[in-house]
Design a binder for this molecule. Structure first.
Ligand SMILES: Nc1ncnc2c1ncn2[C@@H]1O[C@H](COP(=O)(O)OP(=O)(O)OP(=O)(O)O)[C@@H](O)[C@H]1O
Ligand SMILES: [Mg+2]
Length: 246
Protein backbone atom coordinates (compact mmCIF):
# COMPACT_ATOMS: atom_id res chain seq x y z
CA UNK A 1 0.00 0.00 0.00
CA UNK A 2 2.75 2.45 0.93
CA UNK A 3 4.44 1.53 -2.37
CA UNK A 4 1.37 2.82 -4.26
CA UNK A 5 1.43 6.02 -2.25
CA UNK A 6 5.12 6.53 -2.91
CA UNK A 7 4.58 5.96 -6.62
CA UNK A 8 2.06 8.82 -6.72
CA UNK A 9 4.57 11.06 -4.96
CA UNK A 10 7.21 9.96 -7.42
CA UNK A 11 4.91 10.81 -10.35
CA UNK A 12 4.27 14.29 -8.97
CA UNK A 13 7.96 15.02 -8.51
CA UNK A 14 8.70 13.58 -11.93
CA UNK A 15 6.12 15.85 -13.63
CA UNK A 16 7.47 18.93 -11.83
CA UNK A 17 11.09 18.13 -12.64
CA UNK A 18 11.32 20.40 -15.69
CA UNK A 19 9.97 23.49 -13.91
CA UNK A 20 12.66 26.00 -13.04
CA UNK A 21 10.54 28.15 -10.73
CA UNK A 22 7.06 27.96 -9.24
CA UNK A 23 5.31 31.14 -8.11
CA UNK A 24 2.14 30.94 -6.01
CA UNK A 25 -0.40 33.75 -6.25
CA UNK A 26 -2.71 33.88 -3.25
CA UNK A 27 -4.71 35.93 -0.81
CA UNK A 28 -6.90 35.26 2.18
CA UNK A 29 -9.61 37.23 0.44
CA UNK A 30 -11.76 36.37 -2.57
CA UNK A 31 -12.30 38.55 -5.61
CA UNK A 32 -9.20 40.72 -5.19
CA UNK A 33 -7.69 39.93 -8.59
CA UNK A 34 -5.48 36.86 -8.01
CA UNK A 35 -6.50 35.20 -11.28
CA UNK A 36 -6.25 38.48 -13.20
CA UNK A 37 -2.72 39.10 -11.90
CA UNK A 38 -1.77 35.49 -12.71
CA UNK A 39 -3.06 35.88 -16.27
CA UNK A 40 -1.27 39.22 -16.69
CA UNK A 41 1.99 37.69 -15.44
CA UNK A 42 1.60 34.75 -17.81
CA UNK A 43 0.95 36.92 -20.85
CA UNK A 44 3.75 39.34 -20.06
CA UNK A 45 6.23 36.52 -19.48
CA UNK A 46 5.21 35.00 -22.79
CA UNK A 47 5.80 38.37 -24.50
CA UNK A 48 9.26 38.53 -22.93
CA UNK A 49 10.13 35.10 -24.31
CA UNK A 50 9.91 33.34 -20.94
CA UNK A 51 8.29 29.88 -21.11
CA UNK A 52 5.36 29.85 -18.72
CA UNK A 53 2.53 27.64 -17.51
CA UNK A 54 -0.44 28.29 -15.26
CA UNK A 55 -1.94 25.75 -12.90
CA UNK A 56 -5.49 26.81 -12.10
CA UNK A 57 -5.78 25.54 -8.53
CA UNK A 58 -9.18 27.06 -7.90
CA UNK A 59 -11.27 23.89 -8.10
CA UNK A 60 -14.63 25.52 -7.35
CA UNK A 61 -14.10 28.91 -8.94
CA UNK A 62 -11.86 27.92 -11.81
CA UNK A 63 -11.44 30.95 -14.04
CA UNK A 64 -8.05 31.02 -15.78
CA UNK A 65 -9.18 29.34 -19.04
CA UNK A 66 -12.21 31.64 -19.20
CA UNK A 67 -10.18 34.78 -18.39
CA UNK A 68 -7.82 33.88 -21.24
CA UNK A 69 -10.76 33.54 -23.62
CA UNK A 70 -10.97 29.75 -23.91
CA UNK A 71 -14.33 28.20 -24.72
CA UNK A 72 -15.64 25.90 -21.97
CA UNK A 73 -16.12 23.12 -24.52
CA UNK A 74 -12.40 22.59 -24.98
CA UNK A 75 -11.42 19.36 -23.24
CA UNK A 76 -8.22 17.90 -21.97
CA UNK A 77 -5.92 15.95 -24.30
CA UNK A 78 -4.81 12.57 -22.96
CA UNK A 79 -1.51 11.35 -24.37
CA UNK A 80 0.96 8.65 -23.38
CA UNK A 81 2.03 9.30 -19.78
CA UNK A 82 -0.52 11.94 -18.83
CA UNK A 83 -2.41 15.03 -20.00
CA UNK A 84 -1.14 17.77 -22.22
CA UNK A 85 -1.74 21.25 -20.81
CA UNK A 86 -3.77 23.39 -23.15
CA UNK A 87 -1.81 26.08 -24.95
CA UNK A 88 -3.70 29.39 -24.66
CA UNK A 89 -2.02 32.48 -26.14
CA UNK A 90 1.33 30.70 -25.80
CA UNK A 91 0.79 29.81 -22.11
CA UNK A 92 0.47 26.17 -21.00
CA UNK A 93 -2.67 25.93 -18.89
CA UNK A 94 -4.04 23.10 -16.74
CA UNK A 95 -7.38 23.43 -15.04
CA UNK A 96 -10.11 21.15 -13.72
CA UNK A 97 -12.37 23.14 -16.02
CA UNK A 98 -10.89 21.28 -18.97
CA UNK A 99 -12.24 18.03 -17.49
CA UNK A 100 -15.66 19.21 -16.33
CA UNK A 101 -16.61 22.13 -18.59
CA UNK A 102 -19.39 24.22 -17.07
CA UNK A 103 -20.53 21.56 -14.57
CA UNK A 104 -20.16 22.53 -10.90
CA UNK A 105 -17.83 20.24 -8.92
CA UNK A 106 -18.68 20.06 -5.21
CA UNK A 107 -15.68 18.64 -3.36
CA UNK A 108 -14.46 18.64 0.20
CA UNK A 109 -11.43 17.77 2.28
CA UNK A 110 -9.58 14.69 1.16
CA UNK A 111 -11.25 14.68 -2.28
CA UNK A 112 -9.91 18.15 -3.06
CA UNK A 113 -6.45 17.05 -2.09
CA UNK A 114 -6.74 13.98 -4.32
CA UNK A 115 -7.92 16.01 -7.32
CA UNK A 116 -4.99 18.41 -6.97
CA UNK A 117 -2.52 15.58 -6.57
CA UNK A 118 -4.01 13.91 -9.64
CA UNK A 119 -3.52 17.08 -11.69
CA UNK A 120 0.05 17.39 -10.43
CA UNK A 121 0.86 13.77 -11.15
CA UNK A 122 -0.67 13.73 -14.65
CA UNK A 123 0.17 17.10 -16.22
CA UNK A 124 2.97 17.02 -18.76
CA UNK A 125 4.43 20.49 -18.36
CA UNK A 126 7.72 19.60 -20.03
CA UNK A 127 10.32 22.28 -19.37
CA UNK A 128 9.15 25.66 -18.16
CA UNK A 129 10.92 28.74 -16.84
CA UNK A 130 7.92 29.52 -14.63
CA UNK A 131 4.84 27.73 -13.38
CA UNK A 132 2.32 30.18 -11.92
CA UNK A 133 -0.24 28.77 -9.49
CA UNK A 134 -3.55 30.59 -9.26
CA UNK A 135 -4.85 29.79 -5.77
CA UNK A 136 -8.42 30.09 -4.53
CA UNK A 137 -9.05 32.41 -1.57
CA UNK A 138 -8.37 31.07 1.92
CA UNK A 139 -5.92 28.88 3.79
CA UNK A 140 -7.31 25.42 3.27
CA UNK A 141 -6.77 22.20 1.36
CA UNK A 142 -5.59 23.78 -1.87
CA UNK A 143 -2.93 25.99 -0.26
CA UNK A 144 -1.69 23.31 2.12
CA UNK A 145 -1.54 20.62 -0.56
CA UNK A 146 0.21 22.72 -3.19
CA UNK A 147 2.65 24.33 -0.80
CA UNK A 148 3.93 20.86 -0.03
CA UNK A 149 5.09 20.31 -3.61
CA UNK A 150 5.70 23.77 -5.02
CA UNK A 151 8.30 25.61 -3.01
CA UNK A 152 8.53 28.96 -4.71
CA UNK A 153 7.97 32.60 -3.88
CA UNK A 154 4.44 33.59 -2.91
CA UNK A 155 2.79 36.74 -4.24
CA UNK A 156 0.10 38.04 -1.88
CA UNK A 157 -2.68 40.07 -3.51
CA UNK A 158 -4.99 42.53 -1.80
CA UNK A 159 -7.21 45.44 -2.75
CA UNK A 160 -6.77 48.78 -0.97
CA UNK A 161 -9.63 48.47 1.50
CA UNK A 162 -9.42 48.01 5.26
CA UNK A 163 -11.23 44.67 5.19
CA UNK A 164 -9.10 43.18 2.43
CA UNK A 165 -5.85 44.32 4.04
CA UNK A 166 -6.99 42.93 7.39
CA UNK A 167 -7.65 39.48 5.89
CA UNK A 168 -4.52 39.60 3.72
CA UNK A 169 -2.32 40.26 6.71
CA UNK A 170 -3.47 37.03 8.33
CA UNK A 171 -2.80 35.26 5.05
CA UNK A 172 0.65 36.84 4.96
CA UNK A 173 1.37 35.45 8.43
CA UNK A 174 0.12 32.00 7.39
CA UNK A 175 2.46 31.90 4.39
CA UNK A 176 5.36 33.37 6.31
CA UNK A 177 4.96 30.87 9.16
CA UNK A 178 5.16 28.03 6.65
CA UNK A 179 8.57 29.36 5.63
CA UNK A 180 7.66 30.70 2.21
CA UNK A 181 9.29 33.78 0.77
CA UNK A 182 6.91 36.67 0.07
CA UNK A 183 8.96 39.02 -2.08
CA UNK A 184 6.10 41.37 -2.86
CA UNK A 185 2.56 42.36 -1.99
CA UNK A 186 0.35 43.39 -4.88
CA UNK A 187 -2.20 46.09 -4.16
CA UNK A 188 -4.70 45.71 -6.95
CA UNK A 189 -6.72 48.88 -7.17
CA UNK A 190 -9.81 47.33 -8.71
CA UNK A 191 -11.98 49.56 -6.54
CA UNK A 192 -10.41 52.55 -8.31
CA UNK A 193 -9.85 54.56 -5.14
CA UNK A 194 -7.10 56.80 -3.88
CA UNK A 195 -4.80 54.62 -1.84
CA UNK A 196 -4.86 55.76 1.74
CA UNK A 197 -1.44 56.29 3.38
CA UNK A 198 -2.82 54.93 6.64
CA UNK A 199 -3.57 51.58 4.97
CA UNK A 200 -0.10 51.41 3.47
CA UNK A 201 1.45 52.15 6.85
CA UNK A 202 -0.56 49.35 8.43
CA UNK A 203 0.50 46.98 5.68
CA UNK A 204 4.14 47.98 6.07
CA UNK A 205 4.08 47.51 9.84
CA UNK A 206 2.60 44.04 9.86
CA UNK A 207 3.99 42.76 6.62
CA UNK A 208 7.45 44.22 6.21
CA UNK A 209 8.14 42.65 2.82
CA UNK A 210 10.60 44.20 0.46
CA UNK A 211 8.14 45.62 -2.03
CA UNK A 212 4.61 46.72 -2.82
CA UNK A 213 3.32 46.99 -6.31
CA UNK A 214 0.16 48.87 -7.19
CA UNK A 215 -1.87 47.66 -10.17
CA UNK A 216 -4.14 50.45 -11.40
CA UNK A 217 -7.83 50.10 -12.15
CA UNK A 218 -8.36 49.28 -15.78
CA UNK A 219 -11.86 49.05 -17.23
CA UNK A 220 -10.86 47.03 -20.30
CA UNK A 221 -8.83 44.41 -18.42
CA UNK A 222 -11.27 41.52 -18.96
CA UNK A 223 -11.67 42.09 -22.68
CA UNK A 224 -7.97 42.58 -23.13
CA UNK A 225 -6.98 39.36 -21.32
CA UNK A 226 -9.53 37.33 -23.25
CA UNK A 227 -7.77 38.33 -26.47
CA UNK A 228 -4.34 37.58 -25.04
CA UNK A 229 -3.25 41.21 -24.80
CA UNK A 230 -2.12 43.32 -21.84
CA UNK A 231 -3.52 46.82 -21.28
CA UNK A 232 -0.66 49.36 -21.62
CA UNK A 233 -1.41 50.88 -18.22
CA UNK A 234 -0.47 47.69 -16.37
CA UNK A 235 2.69 46.73 -18.29
CA UNK A 236 5.10 48.67 -16.07
CA UNK A 237 3.75 47.36 -12.74
CA UNK A 238 3.66 43.81 -14.11
CA UNK A 239 7.29 44.16 -15.25
CA UNK A 240 8.16 45.33 -11.74
CA UNK A 241 6.34 42.32 -10.35
CA UNK A 242 8.31 39.98 -12.61
CA UNK A 243 11.55 41.57 -11.35
CA UNK A 244 10.47 40.81 -7.77
CA UNK A 245 9.88 37.10 -8.40
CA UNK A 246 12.89 36.35 -10.59
N1 LIG B 1 -6.95 46.17 -11.95
C1 LIG B 1 -8.21 45.86 -12.26
N2 LIG B 1 -9.03 46.78 -12.84
C2 LIG B 1 -10.31 46.49 -13.14
N3 LIG B 1 -10.90 45.30 -12.91
C3 LIG B 1 -10.14 44.34 -12.33
C4 LIG B 1 -8.78 44.56 -11.98
N4 LIG B 1 -8.29 43.43 -11.43
C5 LIG B 1 -9.30 42.54 -11.44
N5 LIG B 1 -10.41 43.08 -11.98
C6 LIG B 1 -11.73 42.42 -12.11
O1 LIG B 1 -12.15 42.03 -10.80
C7 LIG B 1 -12.86 40.80 -10.85
C8 LIG B 1 -12.22 39.81 -9.87
O2 LIG B 1 -10.94 39.47 -10.33
P1 LIG B 1 -10.36 37.99 -10.20
O3 LIG B 1 -11.33 36.98 -10.67
O4 LIG B 1 -9.02 38.01 -10.83
O5 LIG B 1 -10.24 37.88 -8.62
P2 LIG B 1 -9.80 36.61 -7.75
O6 LIG B 1 -9.07 37.12 -6.56
O7 LIG B 1 -9.07 35.65 -8.60
O8 LIG B 1 -11.21 36.01 -7.34
P3 LIG B 1 -11.46 34.59 -6.60
O9 LIG B 1 -11.12 34.80 -5.17
O10 LIG B 1 -12.90 34.31 -6.83
O11 LIG B 1 -10.55 33.58 -7.25
C9 LIG B 1 -12.82 40.35 -12.31
O12 LIG B 1 -14.02 40.70 -12.93
C10 LIG B 1 -11.65 41.13 -12.90
O13 LIG B 1 -11.78 41.36 -14.28
MG1 LIG C 1 -9.45 33.59 -8.91
Amino acid sequence: MSGVKDYKEYMILDKLRGIKRAVLIGSGKGGVGKSTITALLGLRMRNLGISVGILDADLHGSSIPYILGMSSEVGVEAVKGGFKPLEIHGIKVMSLRMFVGDRPVPLRGERKKEVLKYLLSMTLWGTLDYLLIDLPPGMGDEQLTLMKYLKGPHVVVTIPTKTSIDVSLRYFKFVNDLGFNIPVIVINNLVNSTIDDELLTKLRKVAPVGKYIIIPYCSEIEYSLSTGTIPKIVIEPIDNLIDCIR
